[in-house]
Design a protein around this ligand. Structure first.
Ligand code: NAD
Length: 482
């Protein structure tokens, strides 16, 4: 594959330093291509290009920008299979998942924001002999920083509303998954999208991400990634009074109530735990089970996990591929060891997948899906984010204890509750300290809803009006009526 380049001011260019980084396929550990190892110099060039493009882009009407989102959605849809293939090669996730989730959602992010904007009513209020209305202006040049687990899905989730509201962009994808961000830049280029409105700078977080966050002319930062990185981003951006949206880590609980129909839901529980090898920020990594049902649920859950087909991510029937890198595999393995030291019992998995399994490359980052029982709910393995195919099972005595256990981590991103009684599920859900809770479903997303975490899972919300609000400044104009 040809080396990837930055996209600055409508041109594909190498890093100013002319140095590169290798981009590996985690399923084979082979080098697929290189990306520019950019620096603050490249970020500065991208910011200058964005600021030069700002006036003309800001002068477009909302209707014109909506049409651009439609065009981008159509162009990406025509490349859906290419997006899926690139995403699978970059991340090691199964191709069926890349098609169903990554490619589909990258298109629908643009389509959703276009249609959502069409439906908006003007914000106008009449009182005291005056009319107040809200005028929205773009923030200016915004910085978008994204992780490796859902590369184009999460990038477009920010790019679409940022463009819609008239901003220019300096974006940085994860250095581990740069290929679909490059495809987006190529697509915009083919569409003759105005040069400089969207700029892409590849490279390492501390070198490029940090330079974006520090840049005085980048007015807002929308960051999705780990909590530790989010803390650095917040510490840098806060004294500069930048608008800041942080979507961070999680340690989500999957909670079965004592009337949950186990046989009907076991496949959902496995999916909620191991989709993308547990590398979805919304995956449930702790399953809380009533004492009376623990043996039955753990046996059926483990059976379901052992049915998962691990193999070559590019095969249509693979259900679990590789994790993102060998380094990440080592981190996940160290948590499995820690779990056992902390008193956990290995119920299944716990090791690298054997290379004798069909489709598993001997140098790939393949880990067997792992389930640990018997750990205290306060164990590090049960409270720290592992972000891999590792799930812990815990028994609880009553609903109050389940709530206490669910809420006992520093995180508060997502959760799911499983019950035969929807009213009970709703009441339970409302007691969880978390940004999103599903009742009897998982990863069922309506893009109009507020998405984000509480506690150390983030600050702010994305989606629908929240994204439009983040990517705009609002002026209240009050006009006295004659
Ligand atoms: P990460 O924090 O290591 O990296 C995220 C991005 O930040 C990357 O592009 C990275 O290069 C960049 N970065 C690193 N250091 C930086 C710095 N000092 N300044 C600015 N940018 C910097 O996260 P990751 O390992 O890529 O992704 C996994 C994490 O993302 C997990 O914790 C997961 O829970 C989280 N995540 C959260 C959500 C959500 O919506 N809340 C969604 C997906 C992933």
């Amino acid at each position: 594959m040809k080396p990837l380049l930055n996209y600055i001011g409508g041109s594909f260019v190498p890093a100013d330093s002319d140095t590169t980084l290798e981009n590996l396929n985690p399923a084979t550990n082979e080098v697929m291509t290189t990306i520019p190892r950019s620096s603050s110099t490249d970020v500065n060039k991208a910011t200058v290009a964005a600021i030069n493009a700002e006036g003309a882009w800001k002068a477009t009407t909302l209707e014109e920008r909506i049409l651009w989102l439609d065009r981008i959605a159509d162009a990406l849809e025509a490349k859906a299979e290419q997006i899926a293939q690139l995403e699978t090669m970059d991340t090691g996730k199964p191709i069926s998942l890349s098609r169903r989730v990554d490619a589909a959602r990258s298109v629908s992010n643009f389509r959703f924001f276009a249609n959502f904007a069409r439906e908006q009513e003007p914000m106008e209020f009449e009182a005291h002999g005056a009319i107040n209305y809200v005028h929205r202006s773009p923030v200016g040049c915004v910085g978008l920083i994204t992780p490796w687990n859902l590369p184009l899905y999460l990038l477009t989730w920010k790019v679409a509303p940022a463009l819609l509201m008239g901003n220019t962009i300096v974006a940085k994808p994860s250095e581990m998954t740069p290929m679909t961000a490059n495809l987006l830049a190529e697509t915009l280029d083919e569409l003759n999208f105005p040069a400089g409105v969207f700029n892409l700078v590849h490279g390492l977080g501390p070198e490029v991400g940090q330079a974006i966050v520090e840049h005085p002319n980048i007015k807002a930062i929308s960051f999705t990634g780990g909590t530790a990185t989010g803390r650095i981003v917040a510490a840098t951006a806060a004294p500069m009074f930048k608008k800041l949206s942080l979507e961070l880590g999680g340690k989500n609980a999957t909670i079965l109530l004592d009337d949950a129909p186990v046989d009907d839901i076991v496949d959902d529980l496995v999916r909620a735990s191991f989709t993308n090898s547990g590398q979805v920020c919304l995956c449930g990594s702790r399953v809380l089970i009533p004492h009376s049902m623990y043996d039955e649920v753990s046996a059926k859950f483990v059976e379901g996990v052992e049915r998962l087909k691990i193999g070559n991510p590019l095969d249509d029937d693979t259900q679990m591929g590789a994790v993102i890198s060998l380094a990440h595999l080592e981190k996940v393995e160290s948590y499995i060891k820690l779990g056992i030291q902390e008193g956990g019992i290995l119920l299944t998995g716990g090791t690298k997948e054997h290379a004798s399994v069909s489709g598993v490359h001997p140098d790939g980052a393949f880990l067997r899906p792992t389930v640990l029982g018997g750990l205290p709910h306060t164990a590090r393995t049960a409270t720290e984010e592992i972000f891999g195919p590792v799930v812990t099972l815990h028994a609880y005595k009553n609903e109050d204890e389940a709530i206490m256990m669910a809420n006992c981590t520093d995180y508060g991103l997502a959760g799911s509750v499983w019950t035969a009684d929807i009213q009970r599920g709703r009441a339970f859900a409302e007691r969880l300290e978390t940004g999103i809770v599903w009742v009897n479903t998982w990863l069922n997303r309506d893009l109009r809803t507020p998405f984000g975490g509480v506690k150390q899972s983030g600050v702010g919300r994305e989606g629908g009006t929240w994204s439009m609000g983040f990517f705009s400044e609002m002026t209240n104009v009050c006009v006295k009526q004659p």
